[in-house]
Each structure stands twice: as structure tokens, then as C-alpha cells.
Design a protein around this ligand. Structure first.
Ligand code: C2E
Ligand code: MG
Ligand code: MG
Length: 551
């Protein structure tokens, strides 16, 4: 167990015998010194410290009469000839007779300090107060990320943030409290960023975050997270203290081509944010601010919409072509906005996904759909299977199963009447994890369908391993089957594939009689599309259900 701990720790650890001969070092130690385990074992540990430290210090290092000792600034040699400065602790380990038989020396991973005065080359610069990367590392990472972004045509956002009225805090509570606050700010920053992001301290009360983005909105999300994290009170000297950030955002490639450009732009945007009262973010490019404002408003209105019950579910029949009977329905959300009228999901689901609001909306959809399906059963209609769309974030949430269970239990709907529609792209990052989650859903007794099949990136080799019940052919393969032999061949192949894998196959987007004929002839189980019906409100759907059954 200790071996495993040694291997995992970020601190560099060395074990010597009582004379100072190295017996063991951990991987962090190899990395730190650049020397391999093999080249270190059996050599004198003093060699690593000789000639660059005070000679007396070297002599006492492995002095066995001393208890545990801690040296805040020690120089050690790197394999490439550099000297590096760090904190070192040496602990004697006693044998049964009480005499030291070994020593454990630990170099703390976050103790590297720059030593500009001595001009020695040093390891990567971390800010001494907060432990965050400093400006020089940030510059490196930004320029490196720009190179990567260039290759894949992506963007990068550089957020620069300054605390509003930080000098007031320093003046009122003293510098020690100010330092403590900066450390905590750094900690909160580190917690809200993703692993692909870099947080750094620039100087004084100025911090920065670099984040690769695929759309402007991504940077807004980071900015909002940072603003929220800082808003929570700080406890300094027994007092609750509140501070806010002003954030300036610049984007590669639109605002600048390298770190220096971006930094300049972000700093100037930050000044605007401060002048406008602080506690907010500003983009360098003014047109971005308008976009961000729209998004923010949409988000606010969506939150209100949940509370005010402005969302409605529409239901689109899935019809069995052989019998013309409605076998199922897909629940499709609409937003009945009092000001703007009916809004389609394409306009708000993507924002709901980015802001995380999709989780609450999705829960509402699931419950509503279950209650409605059960209500129709209770009203004497032939039972149908209800499909609900599940977003990636919902599918990955830890409480997905609890929410499905609760929706079923509270509505009284049997699990077999509920099907979740997921998309291929949600499955591919973490195939094993996805399979486990899918299996858990199946174990509840619910169906599981892959929506928009054929448009994602799933590899056919996985398909056999996914515990799904249904494939839903994307409408792209239905739209022109009547005139495009290639599309027809793909649609036919997907139907055949489903047969082979024992899956139900549903086609979506069937608008024409020709679509229906083709799908029916090729053995498609159910068809959803405007030919049969567009999505309907619950009351309309019920009447459709009756009529179709009686055809
Ligand atoms: P989807 O799951 O692929 O839903 C099918 C979409 O195709 C629906 O659009 C439906 O109205 C439309 N459609 C149905 N038949 C035809 C047809 O014959 N021709 C054409 N051109 N279109 C047809 P809708 O309702 O606008 O939904 C769009 C997307 O929004 C859905 O695609 C789904 O990804 C998402 N969505 C809808 N409701 C929800 C929801 O409750 N939760 C989540 N997470 N996403 C939802
Ligand atoms: Mg769907
Ligand atoms: Mg679909």
C-alpha cells in the first residue's frame, strides 16, 4: 500500500539508509531531478545537494542525532545541470533500538520558488502566494493552445479578472487578510475551471483563465461560473467579506493572434467592466456583448418559464404501417412564451444544455410524459409507448435513474411504456460508462432508443454491445428515398441491421406517401412523420389516437 501511495503522490520522495545512500525514490522524484531510479539507487544522496548549498548544511543533512527537520529553501541539482530551489524535509526512521536506520526526504511539490536574484535557472514559475501558474506559464500555455487551435480551427478565450475594490479590503483588514483572500480566490478559481483550462495569477488582485472554446457562449459560461464562485462570502478575521470580479474577455483568433495581444485586449475589456460598476464581464469586441446579453436574457426567461409553467409537451404519433395503428409517441417540448408565442426546441434546448438548465427541463418533460401516458391508459385508450428525448448532461447525471424511477412511481406508469431517446454522440467519449448507464436504464424495464441514427459517429462495432431496444433512422435517410438510390440503400441497410441485432426500427421524418410505401415494404416497424401527423397537443393527440385505431 505504501508503495502505491509513494507512486501516486506529487511530492518527490527519497528513502536512504542511515549513511545517506539512496535506496528508493518515487516517480515524482525522478521527474523532479531528471535522474532515473536506476541511476540514483546506491549513490550518495549528498551528491544532489553538494557544492550548491552551504557545505555545513550538506554535512548535517544525514546527521542521525537530529530529529525531523524542515528546510524552506534548498538547492538541488537537476540531471541537465540546473539548480532548483525548493523546500525539503528530512525525517529519520528509527529501528527497534531507537537508532535511525533510514531517512525519508520529501520535496514538496508546490514549493518551487523563483530565484531571480541569483540568476539560476529555475523550474516552472508558480505564484508563491497562491500556488497558481504565473504569467509566464500562462503565456506559454496560451501560445501553445493557439498552435493547437490553429490546427483544428478552434477558438480560445482569455478571461482576465480583477477584484473590485480590493484595496479597500487590504486597508480595512490588513495585508495578511488580503493575502488570505487572494489564496482563497485562487482556490475557488481552480475549482470552477475544467481540466482543459488554465487559471493563473497575473499580479496583485488580477487573475486569468484561458479556456479552449467552440462557441462564444462557452466563454460566457466560464465567466458566469467565476462570477458566481467569487460572490459567496469570504471569512476573514471573523468577518464575512463580499467581493466581486470584473472580467474582460478576448478571443483568439478574432481579437488577437498571440498571448500579448489577447492580454492587452482582455485588460482593456476588464477596465470597461469596472467602469460600468464591476461584478460583470465584458468582451473586447463590442458586438459580442450584445450576443452575450441576448443569451443571458434567454436563460433568465427560461428559468422563469419553468416556474411559470410555460413549457408544453406535444406528442407525435409513431404508427405501425402494416396496421395504421398508433403504437407510440414522441414527446416534444414547446415553449409557449407569453411575449414571443410558441418557440421550438431548436431555439432554446441548446442554450438550456449549455447552462445546465436542461436537467430541470428534462426532469419536467419526463414526469409530464409519464403522467400523460398513464392518463390516456386510465381513460381507456390502448396503451402506447412514450419516448422522451434525453440530453447528454441528463444522461450522465448521477441521479438519472432516481429521476426515472420517481417519474414512473409517481405517475403509476409501468416502465415498459417509457422509452428514452439518446443520441450516438452521447455514448462515444466514455463507451464503458455509457454502457453501464444504459444497462441500468434497461434494468428498470424502460426502452432505450438511439435517435437520429446514422448521423453520429458511433462505430458499428459498438452497436452490438449497446443494450438498446430501438434504432431510430434519421430523417436524412428518409427524405429522398424515393429519388436517391444511395439513400434508399442506406435506409434499407439500417433496417436490415436492426433486424439482425433484434432491435425495433423506427423511421422519422416521413412526409410523403412514397416514404411510407418504401419503409413499409422494407420492414420498418414504426414510422413517425408529417405524413401521419405533426406533433400535437395532448387533447388533439388523444382524438387522433382514437381515429387511427378505428381506421
Ligand atoms: P428529434 O428528437 O429528432 O425530434 C424529431 C423532430 O423532427 C421534431 O422536431 C419533429 O417535429 C420533427 N419532425 C417530425 N416529423 C417530421 C417530418 O415529417 N418532417 C420534418 N421535416 N420534421 C419532422 P422538434 O419538435 O422541433 O424537435 C427538434 C429536436 O429538439 C428534437 O429532435 C430533439 O432533439 C429536441 N427536443 C425536442 N423535445 C425535447 C425534449 O423534451 N428534451 C430534449 N433534450 N430535447 C428535445
Ligand atoms: Mg427524438
Ligand atoms: Mg430524431
Amino acid at each position: 500500500m505504501f508503495s502505491a501511495v509513494l507512486d501516486a503522490t506529487a511530492d518527490a520522495v527519497m528513502v536512504t539508509d542511515k549513511t545517506g545512500m539512496i535506496r528508493r525514490v518515487n516517480p515524482a522524484f525522478e521527474k523532479l531531478t531528471g535522474f532515473s531510479l536506476g541511476s540514483l539507487v546506491g549513490t550518495d544522496a549528498r551528491e544532489l545537494f553538494k557544492d550548491i548549498n552551504d557545505p555545513e548544511f550538506c554535512d548535517t543533512l544525514w546527521e542521525d542525532s537530529l530529529p525531523q527537520r524542515h528546510y524552506p529553501q534548498v538547492r538541488s541539482k537537476h540531471a541537465d545541470g540546473r539548480a532548483q530551489i525548493h523546500a525539503l524535509s528530512v525525517t529519520p526512521i528509527s529501528d527497534n533500538g531507537g537508532k535511525p536506520s533510514q531517512f525519508v526526504a520529501v520535496i514538496l511539490s508546490d514549493s518551487f520558488q523563483s530565484d531571480a536574484a541569483s540568476g539560476e535557472s529555475r523550474r516552472v514559475g508558480h505564484d508563491a502566494l497562491t500556488g497558481l501558474p504565473d504569467r509566464s506559464i500562462l503565456a506559454d500555455r496560451v501560445d501553445q493552445s493557439i498552435l493547437n487551435a490553429k490546427r483544428v480551427n478552434k477558438s480560445i478565450a482569455l478571461l482576465v479578472m480583477g477584484l473590485d475594490r480590493f484595496t479597500l479590503i487590504n486597508d480595512a483588514l490588513g495585508y495578511a487578510a488580503g493575502d488570505q483572500m487572494l489564496r482563497e480566490v485562487a482556490e475557488r478559481l481552480s475549482k470552477v475551471i475544467r481540466t482543459s483550462d488554465t487559471a493563473a495569477r497575473l499580479d496583485g488582485d488580477k487573475f486569468a483563465v484561458m479556456t479552449p472554446i467552440s462557441a462564444i457562449d462557452d466563454s460566457v459560461i466560464v465567466a458566469e461560473k467565476v462570477l458566481n464562485a467569487i460572490k459567496k462570502p469570504f471569512h476573514l478575521k471573523g468577518e464575512e467579506v463580499f467581493v466581486t470580479f470584473s472580467i474582460g474577455i478576448s478571443i483568439y483568433p478574432t481579437d488577437g493572434q498571440d498571448f500579448d495581444d489577447l492580454l492587452k485586449d482582455s485588460l482593456s475589456a476588464m477596465q470597461y467592466a469596472k467602469q460600468d460598476g464591476g461584478s460583470q464581464y465584458r468582451f473586447f469586441a463590442s458586438e459580442m456583448n450584445a450576443k452575450a446579453k441576448n443569451r443571458l436574457e434567454l436563460e433568465k426567461r427560461m428559468r422563469a418559464a419553468l416556474v411559470n409553467e410555460e413549457f408544453v409537451l406535444f406528442y407525435q404519433p409513431k404508427v405501425e404501417p402494416k396496421t395504421n395503428r398508433v403504437k407510440g409517441a414522441e414527446a416534444l417540448i414547446r415553449w409557449r412564451d407569453p411575449k414571443h408565442g410558441m418557440i421550438n426546441p431548436g431555439e432554446f434546448i441548446p442554450v438550456a444544455e449549455e447552462t445546465g438548465l436542461i436537467v430541470d427541463i428534462g426532469t419536467w418533460v419526463m414526469r409530464k410524459a409519464c403522467f400523460q401516458t398513464k392518463a390516456w391508459q386510465d381513460a381507456g385508450y390502448e396503451p402506447i409507448k412514450m419516448s422522451v428525448n434525453v440530453s447528454s448532461m441528463q444522461f450522465k447525471a448521477k441521479d438519472l435513474l432516481d429521476k426515472v424511477k420517481a417519474a414512473l412511481a409517481d405517475s403509476g406508469l409501468e416502465a415498459k411504456w417509457l422509452e428514452l431517446e439518446i443520441t450516438e454522440s452521447m455514448l462515444m467519449n466514455d463507451v464503458e460508462g455509457a454502457i453501464a448507464r444504459m444497462q441500468a436504464v434497461r434494468d428498470l424495464g424502460c426502452g432505450l432508443s438511439i435517435d437520429d441514427f446514422g448521423t453520429g459517429y458511433s462505430s458499428l462495432s459498438y452497436l452490438g454491445r449497446f443494450p438498446i431496444t430501438t434504432l431510430k433512422i434519421d430523417r436524412a435517410f428518409v427524405r429522398d428515398v424515393q429519388e436517391n438510390p444511395n439513400t434508399a440503400e442506406i435506409a434499407r441497410a439500417i433496417i436490415g441491421l436492426s433486424r439482425g441485432l433484434n432491435l425495433e426500427v423506427v423511421a422519422e421524418g416521413a412526409e410523403l406517401k412514397e416514404h411510407i410505401d418504401f419503409l413499409k415494404d422494407n420492414g420498418c416497424d414504426s414510422i413517425q412523420g408529417f405524413f401521419y401527423s405533426k406533433p400535437l397537443e395532448a387533447s388533439e393527440f388523444a382524438s387522433k389516437l382514437k381515429r387511427l385505431v378505428s381506421v
